[in-house]
Design a protein around this ligand. Structure first.
Ligand code: NAD
Length: 303
């Protein structure tokens, strides 16, 4: 893609769910011609209202200069790439996969696209549904300099921060490394709150100390897992997400795969995956991931 005037650029968008729907809407609002496809009729209805031109198949969405995918998992991406999406696109089409998927799958997807004569970047996001709607996502991009430069104007429409992290798959690496820290730090902060409660330390006093000391971190100061100290955190809204436990568990599973595949001694990352897996099984996975503090408190009762 060389022409970056929005009105002249056709963008295929496959996967118009919680994230993809508002992302595609923002591209349409910015003047891009967006051809959208999803398996779910309600997503297509909403996309039409948002100015997206709905097409009848993913292959039809590939009739574009750029094809963006925002799908649940690596299997979905690879099935589509192998199942005709790449073949349906004209040579040199730029494929941007913004789904959160395994690093190995992201590398395979890139290789498949390049072998089919296309260009490709992995560009997973953070910022959640609110960031997708507001156009303030953070994009972590893996791919060549040229392909990054070609993708950037579109990513700038959907996001507020776009970082080129390295070659193919390295965007996904940045995403899972960050979320592994997030999962571990939320467990650490939650264990500290529950220990403090047992020791007669109030939640507010611990917050006041740790938020100005070496325990300070995002899980404490922005997303505090107990109600009170940070009014906007999900703890004050009965742990409605936010970032659901099931999604945190998915990302920790990808991190655990990568730790094992690369022989990294990541004991806390592996343990965090197990802790969130158990919490997801028992809670259904719909609560915000910061509700892990309630699980730790419950398991500590009577001790
Ligand atoms: P979602 O389930 O709401 O959306 C995925 C969409 O893909 C669904 O609408 C589904 O129908 C569609 N789909 C699946 N297979 C398809 C196919 N073959 N053809 C067309 N459409 C197909 O999920 P989401 O919350 O939008 O997340 C999408 C990706 O973004 C995931 O990889 C997720 O891990 C990642 N992510 C999500 C969040 C979040 O807060 N929701 C934040 C960051 C990253």
């Amino acid at each position: 893609m060389t022409d970056t005037t929005p009105g002249d650029v056709k963008v295929g968008f496959v996967g118009l769910g919680h994230m993809g729907g508002p992302m595609a809407a923002n591209l349409a609002k910015a003047g891009y011609q967006v051809l959208g496809y999803d398996l779910v009729p309600a997503a297509l209805e909403q996309a039409t209202k948002d100015g997206v031109t709905v097409v009848g198949s993913s292959d039809e969405a590939a009739n574009a200069d750029v094809v963006i995918t925002m799908l649940p998992s690596g299997k979905h991406v690879l099935d589509l790439y192998n199942g005709g999406l790449l073949a349906a696109a004209k040579p040199g089409t730029l494929f941007i996969d913004s789904s959160t998927i395994d690093v190995a799958d992201a590398k395979s997807a890139n290789e498949l696209a390049v072998a089919a004569g296309h260009r490709a970047v992995d560009a997973p996001v953070s910022g959640g549904v609110a960031g997708a709607a507001a156009g303030t996502l953070a994009f972590m991009v893996g791919g060549s300099e040229d392909d990054f430069a070609a993708a950037k104007p579109l990513l700038d429409v959907m996001g507020a921060k776009v970082v080129h992290c390295g070659g193919a798959g390295v965007g996904q690496a940045a995403k899972i490394c960050n979320n592994m820290v997030l999962g571990i730090s939320m467990i650490a902060i939650s264990e500290a709150f529950v220990l403090g409660e047992k020791l007669g330390l109030s939640n507010q006093a611990f917050f006041d100390v740790a938020s100005n000391a070496s325990g300070q971190c995002w899980s404490l100061t922005t997303y505090c897992p107990v109600p009170g100290p940070v009014p906007a955190s999900p703890a004050n809204k009965d742990y409605q997400p936010g970032f659901a436990t099931a999604l945190m568990h998915k990302d920790l599973g990808l991190a655990a795969n990568a730790l094992r595949a690369n022989g990294v001694e990541g004991l806390l990352g592996l343990q965090a995956e197990e802790i969130y897996n158990r919490f997801k099984q028992e809670s259904g996975g719909g609560l915000d991931f910061s509700a892990i503090v309630t699980d730790i408190r419950k398991r500590s009762e009577g001790a």
